[in-house]
Write a protein of this length. Structure first.
Length: 114
């Protein structure tokens, strides 16, 4: 009976972590897409403001991805969730359209560093 209980606890823990990860990732993608649209699609913004939004995209992706990845070292039983979400954010930012080679290189170096 103990094995069945342990299996249920592990399954429920996994389901809870998966749910948290899905909601976090969906929220991140939503916010990231909104900032991306303002940086690349909004022609009413000034050039300087659009450049700052592009910098914000890099800081958002590298900063949050790194924080979550390194939080995985402190996370205990949820450490893999933190590592995976952090790596997802870093890889997701590589898929941007219209970024230049310098921005792409910065994101690649951050991914390799982490």
């Amino acid at each position: 009976m103990e094995d069945g209980t342990n299996l249920l606890v592990v399954a429920m823990s996994w389901a809870a972590q998966l749910t948290v990860a899905i909601f976090f990732i969906a929220g991140f993608v939503s916010v990231y897409t909104e900032v991306w649209n303002r940086a690349f699609s909004d022609s009413e913004r000034s050039r300087t403001e659009r450049i700052w939004l592009r910098v914000a995209l890099i800081v958002l992706a590298i900063g949050l991805g790194s924080i979550l990845h390194f939080a995985g070292y402190l996370g205990g039983s949820t450490s893999m969730m933190y590592h995976n979400i952090g790596l997802f954010i870093l890889v997701f930012s590589l898929l941007d359209e219209e970024i230049n080679f310098g921005e792409y290189l910065i994101r690649c170096v951050a991914l390799i560093t982490v």
